[in-house]
Design a binder for this molecule. Structure first.
Ligand code: UAG
Ligand code: ATP
Length: 521
C-alpha cells in the first residue's frame, strides 16, 4: 500500500549548531562553514522544512543526494551524506557533512538533534512475525485504561495526542521516528506502544531509542526476500533484545524460536507461556474459556501474582497477544492490582484493532458472518481459520491472495493452509505490485489444488480463482449462507491496492459491507 509521505513533527525544537553535530559524530565537512544551525532532521526531500538537516542516503532506487538541491530550496540548512553522495553534490550553499555510513548513524544523529525524546517517555516495543499490531493496540488500550496519555506507532497509524496519521511503514524511518517522538513529548504523551519490524532493526531505524520493555510474539516464515533465511531474520529481531535497544524483555516461549530468543536476549527477560504444554516460564496463561466474542484467561507468575481477565478478540493467538501486553505493562512497573482494577472497569482488554479479526457482519438467521483479517502468511492464515472454525456451524469460506514482489516461497504453502482450514477457498489478488497478478494467483492455486487432491479421500474442499478482489468478495458474500463464515484475509485495514504502480482504492471492509447490504436489499 502507498500512503502519502507525511509526518508528525514537533512545532518547536532547539537549534543545534552544525559545528557541534560534526564534532559529536566525527563527521567530515565540506562546503561553506559558519554558525549554521539545524532544528530538525529529514531523510526525504519531500518532507523537508526550514531548518532541517537533510540526510541523503544511498538507496536501492536512487541516491538521496539527487534530491539535496530541492531539499535546500525547501529550507534545509545542512546536508549529511556519504562519499558517493558528496560526489553528486556541486555548488551547495549549505554545509555538507560526510559519514562512511550515514544510515547507521541517522537514528543517533536525529535523537541528538531532538534532545533524545524517547528518554522522556515510558516506551513499549513489540516485535515478532505475527501479532505486533494487535499487541501494540492492546498495550495502548491498557495504558490508556491506566490513565496515561499514550502514543501509538505501527502498521495502521501513528498517533501523538490528537495528531493521527495513517502509516506508510510499520516502523518509520529514523528521522521521522525521532520527529514523531519529539512531537509526543510536546503533546504531553507519557507512554508509547510501538511496533518494531525486522526491517527497522536491520536498517537502523530505531537506533537512538532504548525501549523500557521489549516484547516478542513469535517467529515464522515471512520477509525472506529481505532477510535471506530464517537465521538472519531471527538475528534481526534479536537486535531488539540488546542493551542498545531495550532495558528488559518479555518473550513468549510458545514456539522454539521464542525459547531461542529468551536465550539470546542480552537484557533481563521474563518468559511467558500461553499454551498448556511447553517450557517452564515466569508467567503462564491458564483456564482459557470462551467469553463473548473472545476469551477469558488467567495470567499467573511463579511468585503467585495472578489476574483473571478477558479479550474481546477471537482465537487463542489473541489470548497470547493480550497476555503479552498485560505482562509487558506489569514488567514495566505497573502494579498487578492497578492493572486488574483498570481492566475490571473497562471490561477486559477490549481494544478494537482495525482489520484484525474485525467482524464486519456478525451473522444472523439470514446472513453469514463476515470477518476481515490481516493474515498474510501461512501461520497467520492457519490460526485465523482455526479460530473461526470453532464458532462456524456451516461452511468456512476464505478469500485471499499473496503479495506480488514479496517472499514467493510462501505462496503454495498459503494455498495449502487455506485448504487445510476452510471448506471453500477462493484465490484472488492481494497487492500485485509489479508482478503479473495471474502468475501470483497461479502459484497460490498450485499449492491449494495439490492440498485439495491430497485431502480428497477424506473431505471435499472447493478451490477456485476469482479476480479482481472486489468481485471475489462480492460474489463470495452473496453466495454464502446463514451459519457460514467468510474470512477475507490478507489486507486488513488497508485501503489502497498497488497494481503495477497504480493506486487502486480498495477496502475489504467496505466491499464486504456493500455485499451484505446487497443481500438485504
Ligand atoms: C527495504 C526498505 O525498507 N527500503 C526502504 C528504503 O528504501 P531505499 O533505501 O531503497 O530508498 P530509495 O527509494 O532508493 O531512496 C533513497 C533515499 O532517497 C530518498 N528519496 C527518494 C525519492 C525521492 O523523491 N526523494 C528522496 O528524498 C529516500 O527517502 C531515501 O532516503 O527507504 C525508503 C524511504 O523511506 C522506503 O520507502 C523503503 O521501504 C520500502 C518501500 C518497503 O517496502 N519497505 C518495507 C519492506 C518495510 O520496511 N516493511 C517493514 C514491515 C514489514 C512487516 O513486518 O510487515 C516496515 O517496517 O514497514
Ligand atoms: N500472536 C499471534 N500468533 C499468530 N498469528 C497471529 C497472532 N496475532 C495475530 N495473528 C494473525 O496475524 C495477522 C496479523 O496480525 P497483526 O497485524 O497483529 O500482526 P503484525 O505482526 O503486526 O503483522 P505485520 O507485521 O504483517 O503488520 C492477524 O490478522 C492474525 O491473523
Amino acid at each position: 500500500m502507498t500512503t502519502p509521505l507525511e509526518r508528525i513533527r514537533p512545532a518547536a525544537t532547539a537549534a543545534r549548531r552544525v559545528r557541534d553535530l560534526a564534532h559529536t559524530f566525527d563527521l567530515r565537512a565540506t562546503g561553506p562553514w559558519g554558525e549554521e544551525t539545524v532544528t530538525s532532521v529529514a531523510s526525504d526531500n519531500r518532507v523537508v522544512s526550514i531548518g532541517d538537516l537533510f540526510v541523503a542516503l544511498p538507496g536501492a532506487n536512487a541516491h538521496g543526494a539527487r534530491f539535496a538541491a530541492d531539499a535546500v530550496a525547501r529550507g534545509a540548512t545542512a546536508v549529511l551524506t556519504d562519499d558517493a553522495g558528496a560526489a553528486l553534490l556541486a555548488d551547495m550553499t549549505v554545509p555538507v557533512l560526510v559519514a562512511d555510513d550515514p544510515r547507521a548513524i541517522l537514528g543517533l544523529v536525529a535523537a541528538w538533534v531532538y534532545g533524545s525524546p524517547a528518554e522522556h517517555l515510558t516506551t513499549f516495543a513489540v516485535t515478532g512475525t505475527n501479532g505486533k499490531t494487535t499487541t501494540a493496540y492492546q498495550l495502548d488500550h491498557l495504558l490508556r485504561s491506566l490513565g496515561f496519555t499514550s502514543g501509538l506507532i505501527g502498521t495502521v497509524e501513528m498517533r501523538s495526542g490528537d495528531r493521527v496519521l495513517p502509516s506508510r511503514l510499520t516502523t518509520p524511518e529514523a528521522a521521522d521516528l525521532q520527529a514523531l517522538l519529539a512531537a509526543m513529548r510536546e503533546d504531553g504523551v507519557r507512554t508509547l506502544a510501538m511496533e518494531v519490524s525486522s526491517h527497522a532493526l536491520a536498517l537502523h531505524r530505531v537506533d537512538g531509542v532504548r525501549y523500557g520493555v521489549a516484547g516478542f510474539t513469535n517467529l515464522s516464515q515471512d520477509h525472506l526476500d529481505f532477510h535471506g533465511d530464517m537465521q538472519s531474520y531471527f538475528e534481526a529481531k534479536a537486535l531488539l533484545f540488546t542493551p542498545e535497544h531495550s532495558r528488559r524483555a518479555v518473550v513468549v516461549v510458545d514456539d522454539a524460536w521464542g525459547v531461542r530468543m529468551a536465550d539470546a536476549a542480552q537484557v533481563p527477560v521474563a518468559t511467558l507461556r500461553t499454551v498448556p504444554d511447553g517450557p517452564d516460564a515466569d508467567w503462564t496463561v491458564s483456564d482459557v474459556a470462551p467469553h463473548g466474542t473472545g476469551s477469558a484467561f488467567t495470567v499467573t507468575h511463579t511468585d503467585g501474582r495472578t489476574l483473571r481477565t478477558s479479550t474481546t478478540l477471537p482465537g487463542h493467538f489473541n489470548v497470547a497477544n493480550a497476555a503479552l501486553a498485560l505482562v509487558m505493562v506489569v514488567e514495566g512497573g505497573a502494579h498487578l492490582e492497578d492493572v486488574a482494577e483498570a481492566l475490571a472497569t473497562g471490561g477486559g482488554l477490549a481494544g478494537v484493532v482495525p482489520g484484525r479479526m474485525e467482524v464486519v457482519g456478525a451473522g444472523s438467521e439470514t446472513d453469514p458472518r463476515v470477518v476481515v483479517d490481516f493474515a498474510h502468511n501461512t501461520e497467520a492464515l492457519e490460526l485465523a481459520l482455526g479460530a473461526l472454525r470453532a464458532t462456524t456451524p456451516g461452511r468456512l469460506v476464505v478469500v485471499f491472495g499473496a503479495t506480488g514482489d514479496r517472499d514467493k516461497g510462501k505462496r503454495p504453502a498459503m494455498g495449502a493452509a487455506a485448504v487445510a482450514g476452510a471448506d471453500v477457498v477462493v484465490v484472488t489478488d492481494d497487492d500485485p505490485h509489479g508482478e503479473d497478478p495471474a502468475a501470483v494467483r497461479a502459484e497460490v492455486l498450485a499449492g491449494a489444488r495439490a492440498a485439495a487432491e491430497r485431502e480428497a479421500a477424506t473431505r471435499t474442499v472447493e478451490v477456485r480463482e476469482q479476480a479482481p478482489r472486489a468481485d471475489a468478495i462480492r460474489q463470495v458474500v452473496a453466495e454464502a449462507a446463514a451459519g457460514d463464515t467468510v474470512l477475507i484475509a490478507g489486507r486488513g485495514h488497508e485501503t489502497i491496492q498497488d497494481v503495477a504502480g497504480v493506486d487502486v482504492l480498495l477496502d475489504d471492509r467496505v466491499e464486504a459491507r456493500a455485499a451484505l447490504n446487497e443481500r438485504t436489499a
